[in-house]
Design a protein around this ligand. Structure first.
Ligand code: CP
Length: 318
């Protein structure tokens, strides 16, 4: 594999999940695959899980790891070409990227949507420049429109816990005080759409996602109706995608907070969230602390999804 920015970079999802189960039984099985190889992790945004789980995955594979937080200790980077650099940014991304490529074999990039321009965000300008100019295989540690390492971990978790072959999985918008990117719901939808699950998306009107990610999913504006008979509830906030509302908060309606009442109409559903989560905005204490909550096993599977992906990238090195 030469890059990993979406589900489309995996040729066979079922075999990737099987590989995840195999690695979970013995996570050091491939410790020789990454010997003398270096992973460089570039963070434009904060992280807890991605930072730790991806480093752990690299260690599982015997790799060396370098982590750079662009906003703490690195030069401020100009990202737009053609700019007269007489401001506070002394280095351009177009030099910084190939320089970073000199010191490593694989690069992971975290670069969120900035909500300044929908076109720039949805063209994935930052991570695509890394792909173009680094000379190294690049993988997403959450980019502007997708978070594939998270979605792969989510799929592994559903496969581990499902009680029927084709579970009903519901992605539910939930309220949040800040404007959040669509990367997690987009990506989750994209991964669910390559399974044969019964997949439903529910959100208030105005929060429609890019149709490219919604795909064949059913969209239901009534949250309670969507939750009926569900086997998995995946809660997440996202800001509006459509038109002039792009990046805006249209509602903080707390009747959408996932609580006991909503969960009572499900098929004793498991609760999922990528974390970090704002309690009693997205989900009540009661639900996230219940035995049906999978938020910790889901986070634990981030190590597994990253190990599978890094192994595939290492195998693709020339
Ligand atoms: N879920 C997730 O990506 O967590 P972090 O933002 O803490 O990495």
């Amino acid at each position: 594999m030469k890059k990993f920015t979406s589900v489309n970079d995996l040729t066979d999802i079922k075999s990737a999940v099987q590989e995840a189960f195999e690695i979970k039984k013995n996570r050091f099985k491939y410790v020789e695959v990454g010997r003398n190889k270096t992973l460089l992790m570039i963070f434009f945004n904060s992280s807890l899980r991605t930072r730790l789980s991806t480093q752990k995955a690299a260690l599982n594979l015997g790799m060396n790891v370098i982590v750079l937080d662009i906003n703490q200790g690195a030069w401020q980077l100009e990202t737009n070409r053609g700019v007269i650099m007489d401001g506070d940014k002394p280095e351009h991304l177009l030099e910084a990227i190939p320089v970073m490529g000199c010191y490593c074999d694989i690069i992971g990039v975290r670069s969120f949507a900035q909500f300044k321009s929908k076109e720039e965000d949805y063209n994935e300008v930052i991570i695509n420049q890394f792909i173009k100019y680094s000379g190294r295989p690049v993988f997403s540690m959450e980019a502007a429109t997708r978070h594939p390492l998270q979605s792969f971990a989510d799929l592994i978790t559903i496969e581990e816990y499902k009680k029927t072959e084709k579970p009903k999985v519901v992605l539910s918008w939930a309220p949040h005080p800040k404007s959040l990117p669509q990367a997690v719901p987009n990506s989750f939808a994209e991964w669910m759409n390559v399974t044969d699950y019964d997949f439903v998306i529910t959100h208030p009107e105005g929060y429609e996602l890019d149709p490219m990610f919604v795909g064949q999913a059913k969209v239901e504006y009534n949250q309670m109706k969507a939750f009926e008979g569900a086997d998995f509830i995946y809660a997440k906030n996202w800001a509006a995608y459509r038109d002039e509302h792009y990046g805006k908060i249209l509602s903080t309606d707390r009747s959408w907070t996932v609580g006991k009442e909503q969960m009572s109409v499900t098929n004793n559903a498991y609760f999922m969230h990528c974390l970090p989560v704002r309690r009693n905005m997205i989900v009540t204490d009661e639900v996230i602390e219940s035995p049906q909550s999978l938020v910790i096993p889901e986070a634990a599977n981030r190590e597994i999804s990253a190990t599978v992906i890094l192994k595939k990238l290492l195998e693709g090195l020339e």
